[in-house]
Design a protein around this ligand. Structure first.
Ligand code: HEM
Length: 415
């Protein structure tokens, strides 16, 4: 059994968290090159941490050895969200998954948010439009709050979600002075207000998801509200907007006209496009586990109490599995990589993967199909800086502007 390449340095001074959080992708790329391998050691959050950038080691970590590498119950998510299933032992996920059968008119949300993209004739910031779409989706679906029926409540909750989100990404220092409070403390206040609204909904609304969640036999009365807080938070709209932005960019311009036509007419091709979008631009950088006992990953010793972080961006570009890893090639999913969706980890993997990929998939297809049926689009201006930032949720650092024009198909639909 070999030692992990790299080193964890000394406590505190050897910590690389800042460098990692500034640009996790470059951090990993440099080390993959230096160590000539996709699993290596560093020090993150002041703990020796193995970074996993290969498909093989990701599968071992999240699937085969999921009972040896456990989620960390003490991370920042717990501060801001309380004990949700993301941080606790996962038993409640089975119960929550039963609530998936909700009737919700996705089309009308897409119609409301996307129908005016070409009206002004001016380039649009797709990312902002998609974030609004994602927010309408989660508030409608999980809380029965629809923007068109209760605009004031909708705006109030959206604002609280944004403030709460800023707490997640600010320093966890809770300070309140008469004329000033830290971002973290303001975020905790927003969380309390959101929890009041959620508890009220759980008690009084018997319809839809919130209604069925209210009647689930969860272990204590608080846990349904904690789960809902996670579901309606800005995290999911941002992840949806990230994927829709990457989709828009991947299929933009004259040169992708044929790909747009195929995606519009062939649902299997659209499916392959979306797999390729999540492979190249996963919304979340990855996930973290702690070694419960001495164990191994890709043949390297990982001692008890080490952290392990999988980096989806790098796993998805592992050349052992994905040839021409940096190229956008939807056809790979009907060729060499057919049936290998389980080698992706944009939604995690194994027993503690995300519970939302099916819902996300239905939603994304609806939104993408709406765009494809109604619009052609291209970057405007054509030359823009499309460099991605990867944390906290991936997207081009400067959200690009895009011109949408009505397609021939849309005109014939309308007539
Ligand atoms: C684009 C959309 C989404 C992305 C990219 C995404 C991504 C992820 C990832 C990567 C994880 C695993 C983290 C880890 O390994 O530690 C995860 C877990 C989770 N996600 Fe999602 N998610 C999305 C949408 C959703 C939705 C719509 C829901 C709610 C229905 C949801 C609920 C959860 C929950 C509850 C967990 C924790 C599961 C557990 O720990 O057992 N996610 N998600």
């Amino acid at each position: 059994m070999s030692k992990l390449p790299g080193n964890a340095g000394v406590s505190v001074l050897g910590d690389k968290s800042l460098e990692f959080y500034r640009d996790p992708v470059s951090f990993c790329r440099q080390r993959i090159e230096k160590h000539r391998g996709r699993v290596f050691l560093s020090r993150l959050l002041n703990r020796p941490t193995a970074l996993v950038c290969s498909v093989e080691a990701m599968r071992e970590l999240l699937c085969e050895k999921s009972n040896q590498f456990l989620k960390d119950p003490t991370d920042l998510m717990t501060n801001m969200y309380g004990d949700t299933i993301v941080t606790t032992n996962g038993k409640q996920r089975c119960l929550l998954m039963q609530t998936e059968t909700c009737v919700f008119c996705l089309y009308s949300v897409c119609e409301r948010c996307l129908k005016d993209l070409s009206v002004s004739g001016q380039p649009q910031c797709g990312y902002s439009v998609y974030k609004r779409l994602g927010t309408e989706l989660v508030l409608g679906l999980f809380l029965n709050v629809r923007a068109e029926e209760q605009p004031e409540l909708f705006e109030e909750i959206s604002q609280l979600c944004i403030t709460h989100w800023h707490g997640l990404i600010s320093a966890p220092i809770s300070v309140k002075a008469p004329l000033w409070s830290s971002g973290f403390s303001t975020a905790l206040d927003a969380r309390d207000k959101l929890m009041d609204i959620i508890r009220d909904k759980l008690q009084n609304d018997k319809q839809g998801f919130v209604g069925s969640l209210g009647s689930l036999p969860l272990p204590d009365s608080g846990s349904a509200a904690q789960h809902l807080l996670l579901f309606i938070s800005a995290l999911i709209p941002k992840a949806l907007a990230s994927l829709l932005t990457s989709f828009t960019l991947a299929l933009s311009g004259k040169e992708q006209e044929e790909a747009r036509r195929r995606a519009r007419e062939d649902p299997d091709f659209l499916h392959r496009v979306l797999l390729e979008v999540q492979r190249l631009w996963p919304p979340f950088i990855g996930g973290r586990r702690l070694a419960e006992q001495d164990s191994t990953l890709a043949g390297f010793l990982v001692p008890k109490d080490y952290g392990v972080v999988y980096i989806s961006h790098c796993v998805h570009r592992d050349p052992e599995v994905f040839q021409q890893p940096d190229s956008f090639l939807p056809e790979r999913w009907s060729g060499r990589n057919a049936g290998q969706e389980h080698f992706l980890c944009s939604f995690g993997n194994g027993p503690r993967n995300c519970i939302g990929p099916k819902l996300t998939n239905v939603f994304l297809k609806e939104a993408c199909m709406y765009l494809l049926k109604h619009y052609d689009w291209c970057l405007d201006p054509l030359s823009q800086d499309l460099e991605y930032k990867w944390l906290p949720v991936s997207r081009p650092a400067n959200p690009p502007t895009v011109s949408f024009t009505t397609t021939g198909c849309d005109r014939s639909d309308a007539s």
